[in-house]
Design a protein around this ligand. Structure first.
Ligand code: SF4
Length: 377
């Protein structure tokens, strides 16, 4: 893992909602976005609470209409996680959201570019200490009628990169936009440069990280359903994070956003960029030696341990003992299945040999004992 790129740090939140730091030495934060209508207050509050309970550090909501920013006034006091307003097209929605007490604003230079309007939002954010994310997503930053001309003008700068034209436009747009903020002496800025193309994401964030010291919000936009979107997202995001780039992440699926939070957290745990909460589960893929229903067992173990164990203990579920405990080396608690039986090891020592139907209960008991031992010091 490369050292994390030094960035400025922005802070958002409140005493009631907690504070989240993005950039600098802050842990990489996880964010997501609600999928329902913001004006549907009770549903929105319930979804935000569910996402926060699932591990989201901040939650973004869409505010396309006045009724959405009006709803924010009631939503924000009812939730306990910082809220980000996603603003497009109407700068007045940003002003309304700030007035309603939102903790961060997302602006799209592609659809709010009028200097006076941007300045008004900056002034309001400055007044309330609200940071702004500038999202220069591919697709939303290029006006179709100008596209060919601008690509021709700017493409030469990045001519050695396959995505050079898009990169050139993104960087130019970003520089133009940032000038407005700098002139207003406003630096509480987070930058994102999302695209559905994983290679373009890597190229764009890498380039931006060389040029600006603002924290980066990583994401692959429109990644698709979870089944394919997880790979489309985690490949570039994991690459960037392992290269030291990225300060907050959002994975986006065409699915319940709770999965975005779960997968983003797992990615950060795997990269050791966040301290794991709960069990670290490994399991074998099974093969022709298997003599128990391991797939069901793994799912059951995952569910039960997620509910019962809080510490990040490492648990291995192995289909057989063909390679001995070495296969699960490093696991605190391991189960090796045999002929309709399971042999349990704790820190490499064999502690039990139980029937297949007793495996789950016995494994849970050993995990609880191990957790209690760790807690007792
Ligand atoms: Fe096959 Fe045993 Fe390895 Fe599982 S642990 S993949 S069953 S050899």
């Amino acid at each position: 893992m490369a050292q994390r790129r030094p960035t400025r740090q922005v802070t958002l939140g409140s005493d009631h909602h907690g504070y989240v730091k993005i950039g600098g030495d802050a842990p990489v934060s996880v964010q997501t976005m609600t999928s329902g209508y913001t004006y549907d207050i009770d549903t929105c509050v319930a979804e935000i609470n569910k996402l926060a309970a699932g591990g989201a550090d901040l939650v973004r909501v869409a505010v396309p209409e006045k009724k959405d920013t009006d709803a924010l006034k009631e939503i924000i006091p009812q939730v306990k996680v910082p809220i980000v307003a996603d603003v497009h097209f109407h700068f007045q929605r940003a002003l309304d959201a700030i007035e309603a007490g939102v903790h961060k604003i997302r602006l799209n230079p592609g659809n709010i570019s009028d200097r006076k309007q941007v300045e008004a939002v900056i002034e309001a954010c400055k007044d309330k200490g609200v940071p702004i994310r500038i999202g220069v997503n591919e697709g939303s930053i290029i006006e179709r009628r100008d596209k060919q001309k601008r690509m021709k003008e700017l493409g030469g700068v990045f001519s050695n990169n396959k995505h050079g034209h898009f990169l050139a436009i993104m960087i130019a747009k970003l520089e133009e936009y940032l000038d407005i903020f700098y002139e207003k002496d406003f630096y509480d800025i987070v930058i994102s440069a999302k695209s559905p193309d994983p290679n373009l994401c890597i190229a764009a964030y890498t380039e931006i990280s060389k040029r600006f010291d603002h924290p980066l919000h990583l994401g692959v936009t429109h990644a698709g359903p979870r089944e394919t979107g997880s790979i489309r997202s985690v490949v570039p995001l994991g690459h960037l994070l392992a290269s030291g780039i990225g300060d907050t992440v959002r994975i986006s699926y065409a699915n319940d956003p709770i999965f975005e939070v779960e997968d983003a957290l797992e990615m950060l745990y795997c990269l050791e960029l966040r301290e794991r909460k709960g069990v670290d589960l490994i399991a074998c893929p099974t093969c022709g030696r298997i003599q128990v229903d391991l797939f069901t067992l793994v799912q059951d173990v995952r569910k039960v341990l997620a509910e019962e164990i809080q510490l990040p203990i490492k648990v291995a579920v192995m289909g057989c003992i063909v390679n001995g405990p070495g296969e699960a080396e490093g696991a605190d608690v391991a189960i090796f299945a045999g002929d309709r039986r399971g042999i349990i090891y704790v820190q490499g020592q064999r502690v039990a040999n139980v029937k297949e139907e007793e495996i789950l209960e016995a494994l849970l008991a050993e995990c609880k004992k191990f957790e209690a031992k760790v807690l007792a010091g």
